[in-house]
Ligand binder design. Structure first.
Ligand code: FES
Ligand code: FE2
Length: 348
């Protein structure tokens, strides 16, 4: 039976957006709180600071004396130079302009012009962000928090057997919300991917989805009691996604928001069917080429969509868009409450 056309859930989203604390678009407070994978740790070298733009903010990242990654506002509190143009010194980042040094907590530790032992004004301290490394991702907690931080999300099944992992990276001129939504939508496959993964796929399909805790799981075809029995796609708050193709093959993506209209996507393939080093290396590259092609097909349509507001309210959605609706409601709830979506990882 064909889906009926209906503005499913849009009123709820409009209400949530209109009561959120900020206006849509460009405003950094539009990003709902939670752990976001923002980069791969290998992007941050040991000996120099690096600038990354995320959440519409320029950030400087560097490694302290222990090798742990620190993240501060890139703009120097003194006169606004980019700290990323400076260097790393004694676990601090030193500004290229007048040499002021900031540690991993954002505290200004040295002001060369005043000489050793001088009192440093508190106003010179800068904003530091909470970052962690886990599963070969660099995570940043976006938003205020009191008490304990939530757990960093993980798809546990990826780490229970030997797999090879290989990552490709692409930047699109699209909001990270549009990019996530694209990955919650299996019924574009026979159209956008008609020459690749959507070949021979019938356009009429039922899309099932389940929302549980911080996750939305979707699959085309018959309803199931076990959401993980067979092929599925799953989104995990705030920007982690997996395409589970078989017991030996998963594709994980993180959608790192650069700003309101740009997203850096990391697509990491986990495969367990060829793990011998040289052969595995070849298989990884062949799959990477395929993923590049498929992803480019998505890019063409996703960048053509309106990118603002973040949570679109003027679309006419159909029943098969249910997982997208669930995601937008989840996002709107987190924006409104200023609380991250509760993790269900412990229940796995
Ligand atoms: S602008 Fe950074 S030390 Fe002066
Ligand atoms: Fe696609």
């Amino acid at each position: 039976m064909r889906d009926s056309v209906q503005p499913l859930g849009q009123r709820d989203i409009r209400r949530a957006v209109s009561t959120s604390a900020s206006a849509p678009c460009q405003d950094e407070t539009e990003y709902a709180p939670g752990w976001y994978a923002i980069a791969e740790p290998r992007e941050i070298p040991a000996d120099r600071p690096v600038k990354l733009r995320r959440f519409g903010v320029d950030l400087v990242l560097f490694r302290d004396k222990d090798g742990s990654i620190a993240c501060l506002d890139d703009r120097c509190k003194h006169r606004g130079a980019s700290l990323a143009l400076g260097n790393v010194k004694d676990g601090c980042v030193a500004c290229p302009f007048h040499g002021f040094e900031f540690d991993a907590k954002g505290e200004c530790k040295h002001l060369p012009v005043l000489g050793a032992g001088a009192k440093i004004p508190k106003a010179m301290n800068t904003r530091a962000y909470t970052v962690r490394e886990q599963d070969d991702w660099l995570w940043l907690y976006w938003g205020e928090f009191s008490g304990e931080l939530p757990e960093i999300p993980r798809f546990e099944h990826l780490y229970t057997s030997k797999r090879r992992a290989h990552t490709i990276v692409r930047e699109w001129s699209a909001s990270f919300v549009r990019v996530i939504e694209n990955q919650l939508d299996p019924f574009h496959l026979p159209f956008v991917h008609k020459s690749t993964i959507g070949r021979n796929m019938p356009p009429a399909m039922t899309v099932n989805y389940v929302e549980e805790g911080s996750r939305i799981t979707a699959w085309p075809g018959e309803a199931r009691t076990d959401k993980h029995a067979g092929f599925f796609i799953e989104f995990c708050w705030a920007n982690l996604w997996v395409n589970h193709i078989s017991d030996q093959l998963d594709i994980v993506a993180v959608f790192a928001p650069i700003d309101a209209t740009h997203t850096r996507t990391y697509l990491r393939t986990f495969q367990g069917f060829v793990t011998i080093p040289v052969l595995g290396w070849i298989v990884d590259r062949v799959m990477a080429l395929s993923n590049v092609k498929i992803f480019a097909q998505d890019e063409g349509v996703v960048v053509s969509q309106p990118q603002s507001p973040l949570l679109a309210t003027d679309e006419v959605l159909v029943k098969a868009d249910g997982a997208i609706i669930a995601f937008r409601k989840m996002y709107a709830r987190a924006l409104r409450s200023r609380e991250p979506v509760e993790s269900d990882r412990a229940a796995e």
